[in-house]
Design a protein around this ligand. Structure first.
Ligand SMILES: CC(C)(COP(=O)(O)OP(=O)(O)OC[C@H]1O[C@@H](n2cnc3c(N)ncnc32)[C@H](O)[C@@H]1OP(=O)(O)O)[C@@H](O)C(=O)NCCC(=O)NCCS
Length: 372
């Protein structure tokens, strides 16, 4: 009888060279062996995506070609546009993203995932996110700009004016940090779908669905909501003590793999000091109290700060409304999802784990229908 591992904890389900989460040492390694703390201060999102897709950092000409290819793929197709306008503008932004990505990729025949498709999907996500945001405010979508990079173009399409270099830099750093993270739940979802021989859009639509949950990408929104509810530095301790007594989880803390401080959280914590100084003060106190409570509850299990906690502060400083946090996360992680799918094609075997039967054995009960 195979052993059951709840949450597949400790189960090895893939071999990958895209990224590695070294949980014991608090390290995140991107393709090619780069530590995230070395890459993040110097690389842009486009360079990181190129690295994840190709296994090496781009030369100037490679980067130029990638940026041009992405800029050309930012527009919505008729099916994408049609599905966008068919939705109620008040629809949850992640639901809009999932639906429009699906419509955008609707095809007549099944095709195998390609790098060109990966680039096109990555390029178009911010267009959908910004359009969903503007529609929710009763405004018309703004067309993407060819001359702006991924981060700057997202802010342009949301606001209709060019964002300051600081805001672009904070967002770009966030996008680099979040682009991949080992075999997390949404990446695993994408790989499971790819393992059936399905198409790239289906993999990404599935991954978007997995990312939405508050135990995964939805935690950034939940962390910001938690800070909103706490409201003031004085209220941190009583609020968190009560939440703990009521067995409510602190959003942005704990991790399946990290047994120490998430290296991405460390970088964002520092960035948050300039991006959102007031919220940083509140968050720093909330972190201090949360870590104390979590340590007292589980000294054997270091439930440290994860990326979502400090990401919620930095994204606030960038000026992204919290309703869009998970979508902006997806606009980064799509690079990792697609890189994993493309990598998995080299050795495709359907992912099909086992389960343990908990029901009665056949014949132990009479069939509850009348004999004919
Ligand atoms: C990330 C997460 C899903 C990992 O889950 P996991 O590896 O399955 O860990 P478990 O759910 O088994 O938690 C182990 C113990 O730590 C506690 N714990 C873990 N994260 C906690 C948190 N954020 N707040 C309070 N307690 C927490 C659990 O309650 C559990 O204790 P218990 O057995 O007494 O109930 C979990 O830490 C969590 O829900 N965090 C909050 C959401 C979040 O930030 N997600 C983003 C991850 S990047």
């Amino acid at each position: 009888m195979p052993e059951f591992s709840p949450g597949l904890e400790g189960v090895v389900a893939a071999e990958t060279a895209v990224s590695e989460v070294d949980g014991a040492n608090g390290r995140l390694i991107y393709r090619g062996g780069y530590l995230i703390e070395d890459l993040a201060p110097i690389a842009t999102f486009e360079e990181s995506a190129y690295l994840l897709w190709n296994g090496r950092l781009p030369e100037a000409a490679d980067l130029d070609a990638l940026c041009r290819q992405m800029a050309a793929a930012r527009g919505l197709k008729d099916a994408g546009r049609g599905s966008l306008v068919a939705l109620d503008p008040a629809t949850d932004a992640m639901d809009t993203l999932r639906t429009v990505v699906s419509a955008q990729g609707a095809a007549k025949t099944l095709t195998q995932p390609t790098l060109d498709e990966a680039i096109a999907l990555t390029a178009v996500l911010p267009t959908i996110v910004a359009a969903a945001y503007r529609r929710s405010k009763g405004n018309d979508p703004i067309e993407p700009r060819d001359d702006l990079r991924h981060a700057a173009n997202l802010l342009w399409m949301m606001e209709g004016k060019e964002a300051s270099p600081d805001r672009v830099h904070w967002l770009d750093t966030y996008l680099v940090l979040l682009a991949d993270h080992g075999l997390n739940a949404s990446t695993f979802t994408a790989r499971v779908i790819a393992s059936t021989g399905s198409d790239l859009t289906s993999c990404i639509v599935g991954a978007i669905g997995a990312l939405k949950g508050p135990a995964h990408g939805g935690a950034t929104f939940a962390a910001r909501t938690m800070l909103d509810k706490i409201g003031s530095v004085e209220n941190v301790e009583p609020w968190m003590e009560k939440a703990h007594e009521e067995h409510r989880r602190f959003a942005g803390f704990g991790h399946r793999v990290y047994r120490t401080y998430d290296p991405r959280a460390k970088i964002l914590r520092e960035l948050a000091k300039t991006a959102a100084p007031d919220l940083h003060r509140l968050a720093a106190r909330a972190e201090e109290v949360a870590l104390k409570i979590l340590h007292e509850a589980h000294p054997e299990r270091p439930n440290a700060t994860n990326v979502d906690f400090w990401a919620s502060v930095v994204l606030t400083g960038v000026g992204i409304p919290k309703e869009l946090f998970t979508c902006v996360f997806a606009s980064s992680r799509v690079a990792g999802w697609t890189a994993h799918v493309l990598e998995s094609l080299a050795d495709l075997r359907i992912i099909r784990p086992a389960s343990i039967w908990k029901g009665p054995q056949p014949g132990s009960k009479p069939l509850p229908i009348a004999q004919r």
